[in-house]
Structure formats: C-alpha cells, structure tokens
Design a protein around this ligand. Structure first.
Ligand code: DAH
Length: 341
C-alpha cells in the first residue's frame, strides 16, 4: 500500500506540473486531494493495515498530502498571475494612439451667409418678416406693377400649380405687399428672406430654387439718398469697411427709379480677376424707390409716403466670396462640397 501511495504521489506531481490553466488545476485538486480524490481514498484503506504499519503509512500519507497541497498553492499562484497578465495585455488601452476625431455637423454655406445678412440688417434696425413660398399670381406679379401681359413677366419663368393663379414665388418681392398691408400706415423696416423658385434650365449660373433676401423701408421723407446710404453701409459691414460701391441705373417694374449695386471685387479688390471677369466690380443686388403704384397697393398714399426696396441673392454672394464656380453645388447635397465650409 505504501508503494501504491508513492506511485499515486509521483503521478500527482507529474500531472500537477502539466496543469496550465487554473481550470485544469482545480480539476486536478478535486481528483487528487478532494473528497473522492485518489489520495483521500487511500485513507479509507488504513483499516486493512497491521498495527505496526498504520502509523508509518499514516505519517507518509499526511506528509504526501501536505506536499501536494503546498505544490498546488504554489502552482495556483503562478497560473493566476500569468492569467491576469495575459488579460491585461489583451485588453490594454494604447494611450499613445492618436484620437479618433468626432464627426461634427456644420451650417450650410447659404445658411451662414443668410445669418450674417440677418445680423447686419438687424443691427441697422430691420426685422425679419417671413411670407409664404406658395403665392398667388396677384401678389407675385399684379400688385408689384407687373400686369398679365406685360413683357416684364419674361424676367421670371414661373412654376404654376394645378390651381389656376397659384404659383411658387419667383422672388421675395410679394412679401413687400404682405408686410405693407399688415403695417400700413406705420413706418416699415423689414427684410424678407426666403426660398424662390423659377422654371429654368439648370446651369452653373441658375438653379430652380435659391434664396433671396428682400428689403423694404417705408415712411415719410425717405429719399434716394437714404437708399444709397443704407445699402452702402450694408456693403461695408458685409464686405469690409473700405469697400467701394457703385450704383448703375436699371429697370424693375416695382421700383422707380431702379438701380443695381456693385461692390468692388471682393477677391481682387478691384484690380480685375476671373471672378469679376476683369471688371473689378461684382453685382450683388437690385434696388430702387418703391413705385407709387406698389405703395398704393400696399395701403400707403404715395403723396405722403415713400420708400426704398432691394433684393439680393445670398448664394450668389457666397459664390463670389468663396470663388464657387457652380450654383448647383448648393442644393445637390454633396458632402465633399459642404464639408469645405
Ligand atoms: N425681385 C427682383 C428679382 O427677383 C430683385 C429686386 C430688384 C428686388 C429690385 C427689389 C428691388 O426689391 O427693388 O430679380
């Protein structure tokens, strides 16, 4: 029996050394030193030994158990340390890696320009007045002094709805009538921003939808000098304090006299470049003194009241500012374009 014990002991030492995970080691412990383990089972056979053999065997058995228990503890500590080390290595965070940048949203370039325009006019005492995108022929044309068969209608190619007389606005100017009819006979200082629609062939220079910012001032004693002074001030605030502007006579049915305002080219400073087509000037808006018929249609007596109006295209201004060659980029939602701003 002693020989059997030595044999079991030697085997146990051998298998212990082969246990290379804590799970295998625990199995070993159960099968060797546990309640049904091989070593433990030997103690049950002590009764079969003679009285002299018993203490010798008992001592040896206890010594073997203690040895194996100690070897187990040692092996367990080694395996636990190795497993912890492996776990730490496999889940490690490399703090020297460059961070992954967050995806950030941003404002559309047209929105940026619009907000800048609102801020400037807000500083000058003009409030935003919104009016509808779907208009009647009456507001879009008639009341703005553009009668049914007037050739001036050719200036705007119109989207018609299936309801006769209901169209998509071709410009923000009908908002002038809405504002005047709401405020008359009080003085008015508003800007009227919004999307406009034209049934046009889409090219690098024209889109079927685009923004406009209209402006309107109505009151007593408003003169052409006020128009020129106010718009010049706007251009300086928008494009820089030393920016030169000029007014060129033009025709619009709803203003008389009418003009277009140019600013000194914002890219070349007037020296001539591709953007200004070597003219040194960029056209940025149409303007004029509100036509007496339009004032009357809005509810103001043109003998007492006068006013000025203007209309500008923020996308066009953005194109000039950044040298964007094609207006179609604005609403085609190509991120390669949008992410540049
Ligand atoms: N409504 C004009 C257009 O769409 C722009 C315009 C010109 C507006 C002169 C005005 C103005 O208020 O006075 O082309």
């Amino acid at each position: 029996m002693l020989a059997e014990l030595e044999n079991l002991h030697a085997q146990a030492v051998e298998t212990l050394e082969k246990a290379n995970t804590t799970a295998v080691l625990e199995d070993w412990h159960r099968d060797t030193l546990g309640r049904r383990g091989s070593i433990y089972l030997l103690t049950r056979q002590i009764g079969q030994l003679s009285a002299e053999e018993r203490p010798v065997f008992g001592q040896r058995l206890n010594a073997a158990k203690d040895e194996l228990e100690a070897a187990y503890e040692q092996r367990l500590a080694i395996l636990k340390a190795a497993e912890l080390k492996h776990k730490m290595a496999s889940t490690a965070i490399d703090v020297t890696l460059p961070g992954r940048s967050q995806w950030r949203g941003r404002l559309h370039p047209a929105t940026r320009t619009l907000r800048e325009i609102y801020r400037i006019w807000g500083d000058m005492g003009f409030q935003v007045y919104r009016s509808r995108d779907v208009e009647t022929d009456e507001y879009n044309f008639e009341l703005l002094n553009i009668p049914q068969h007037h050739p001036a209608r050719d200036m705007w190619d119109t989207f018609h709805t299936t309801t006769p007389g209901v169209i998509l606005r071709t410009h923000t100017s009908p908002g002038q009538i809405h504002a005047m009819r709401e405020y008359a006979p009080e003085p008015i200082r508003v800007i009227l921003p919004g999307m406009c629609y034209r049934y046009e062939q889409i090219t690098a220079r024209s889109e079927i939808q685009f923004h406009q910012v209209e402006g309107l001032a109505v009151g007593k004693n408003i003169s052409l000098a006020d128009l020129k002074g106010t718009l010049t001030d706007f251009a300086r605030r928008m494009f820089g304090a030393n920016r030169k502007v000029r007014f060129r006579a033009n025709y619009f049915p709803f203003t008389e006299p009418s003009a277009e305002m140019d600013v000194e080219c914002i890219l070349c400073g007037g020296e001539g470049c591709q953007v200004c087509k070597y003219a040194g000037w960029l056209e940025i808006l149409g303007c004029g003194m509100v036509h007496p018929t339009v004032l009357r249609n809005g509810g103001y007596d043109p003998a007492v009241y006068s006013g000025f109006a203007f209309g500008m295209g923020p996308e066009r201004i953005t194109m000039l500012k950044y040298g964007i060659q094609d207006i179609r980029y604005f609403w085609s939602n190509d991120l390669r374009f949008l992410e540049q701003f």
